[in-house]
Write a protein that binds this ligand. Structure first.
Ligand code: SF4
Length: 192
């Protein structure tokens, strides 16, 4: 069993546990503070992420970084960002259920090592797998759920906000609510 994030990362760099290994350039493990109390979880790497081996580095990632910065969060400082699947689905399609199940042990291990107090699901795919199978982002975004001692929130995926700019305002309100909840529940996040 992996003991540290680095060991876990090394253990999956040759992973062939699902068909997504066939088209990948890099496994996108995730990045951020290994002691983060807040994790953001998206669905899977896109083209830029696959090429660079880093999560959320395309236009959606730049928007995410800006929204995070506005509420005092950043991957360089106090959060960790990962995805449901670590390899790029072809043509940016949604990850399929069996691919997510194959990759889930890695995410579970990441959560076990990091032990976040908050998990923010970016988009429907991760919210439906991690919060509730019938989660509707347009209706339930910004709501808080407690599961096994972790406060969970689903919100819009930044790529969806780029496609539908009218989601930007409600998405940002979710981030503001997250900041207030973090300050109340876990103020040390802002001391990291
Ligand atoms: S998506 Fe996950 S399970 Fe599938 S090959 Fe990549 S690392 Fe392995």
């Amino acid at each position: 069993m992996a003991q540290t994030l680095q060991q876990l990362k090394e253990s999956l760099c040759d992973c062939k546990n699902c068909r997504l290994c066939e088209g990948r350039t890099n496994v996108v493990f995730g990045e951020g503070n290994p002691n983060a109390r807040v994790m953001f979880i998206g669905e899977g790497p896109g083209k830029n992420e696959d090429e660079q081996g880093r999560p959320f580095v395309g236009r959606g990632g730049q928007l995410l970084d800006k929204m995070l910065d506005a509420v005092g969060l950043s991957r360089e400082k106090n959060i960790f960002i990962a995805n449901m699947v670590k390899c790029r689905p072809p043509e940016n399609r949604d990850p399929q259920p069996d691919e997510m199940e194959a990759c889930l042990p890695y995410l579970r291990e990441q959560v076990k090592i990091i032990r976040p107090r908050f998990i923010v699901c970016l988009g429907r795919i991760s919210a439906q797998r991690l919060i509730s199978p019938d989660f509707k982002v347009t209706k339930q975004h910004g709501e808080l759920y407690e599961k096994n001692g972790v406060l969970m929130m689903g919100t819009f995926h930044p790529a969806a906000i780029l496609r539908n700019p009218n989601q930007k305002e409600p998405g940002f309100e979710d981030f503001l609510k997250l900041r207030e909840t973090i300050k109340k529940e876990c103020p040390e996040v802002y001391d990291l």
